[in-house]
Design a protein around this ligand. Structure first.
Ligand code: 0O2
Length: 221
């Protein structure tokens, strides 16, 4: 009977992981469509790149253990909300909110949660826009509503976060005070760079638009 139970759980787990994989694929396609259309209309690409990952089953069980939750498909779906994770890396801060608004306006998506670590950065300097998005996935016999965690950030925010992540793990979570201060300073510098790049980008955009209108004016004369 135990073997039967185990096989049943294994089958359910495989189906669950497939569901999250499909959800990631669906969302990735949606974002790629936005990216391509945006590029056509505005003549510029708001997305640098997209990374997706599925959480490993061991990490899922680890998280359930830490939260002292039972091991079942229902418990996993309810308590581990970052099984399907996607990172969207943008050039500018304004792109982050544009992508968010475009996703928010899609009627088949439901934004379950927004954590704006750009408006309210973490104490260590971490910045990123975190969304929990529910997306429908059509399986052979039913429709499943699947949650995907999306982190949207700039290249500079991503650069900072990956270094901070490495340092955090290297020091087994006990990072020396001096490094923490330097990391916070680096986060401030990264943010200053983001703001400067955006200002420059806007200036260039205005010049480009003026030239475009002049050309149109000349053509319609
Ligand atoms: P990994 O390896 O990237 O997956 P929970 O999601 O339940 O653990 P929480 O705190 O509500 O809890 O989630 P939150 O704040 O939305 O952040 C979750 C993810 O954001 C983390 O996932 C990281 O990817 C990223 N993140 C949050 N804070 C930091 C930070 O200070 N530094 C860095 N580098 N990344 C951060 P995981 O599961 O921790 O890690």
């Amino acid at each position: 009977e135990q073997i039967e139970q185990f096989q049943h759980m294994k089958k359910n787990m495989t189906r669950l992981m497939l569901m999250y994989k499909f959800a990631l694929a669906e969302l990735e396609t949606k974002i790629e469509i936005l990216q391509e259309e945006f590029l056509m209309i505005h003549d510029y690409n708001p997305i640098e790149h997209i990374n997706s990952r599925l959480k490993a089953p061991e990490s899922i069980l680890g998280k359930l253990n830490r939260k002292s939750k039972g091991i079942s498909v229902e418990s996993i779906r309810e308590n581990v909300r970052d099984i399907a994770g996607m990172r969207v890396i943008c050039s500018f801060i304004s792109d982050i909110y544009q992508i968010f608004e475009m996703l928010e306006s899609q009627s088949d998506l439901k934004i379950l949660e927004v954590k704006d670590y750009i408006q309210q950065p973490k104490k260590n300097g971490y910045k990123s826009l975190h969304l929990l998005i529910e997306i429908p996935v059509f399986m052979t016999d039913c429709k499943e509503l699947v949650t995907v965690e999306v982190q949207i950030r700039t290249i500079a925010m991503d650069f900072w976060a990956s270094l901070e992540h490495k340092i955090f793990y290297k020091y087994d979570q006990f990072v020396p005070e001096r490094l923490l201060i330097e990391l916070k300073e680096a986060a401030d510098s990264a943010f200053a760079l983001d703001q400067k790049m955006e200002r420059l980008h806007n200036e260039v955009k205005i010049i480009k638009d003026e030239n475009k209108y002049e050309t149109v004016d000349e053509l319609t004369k």
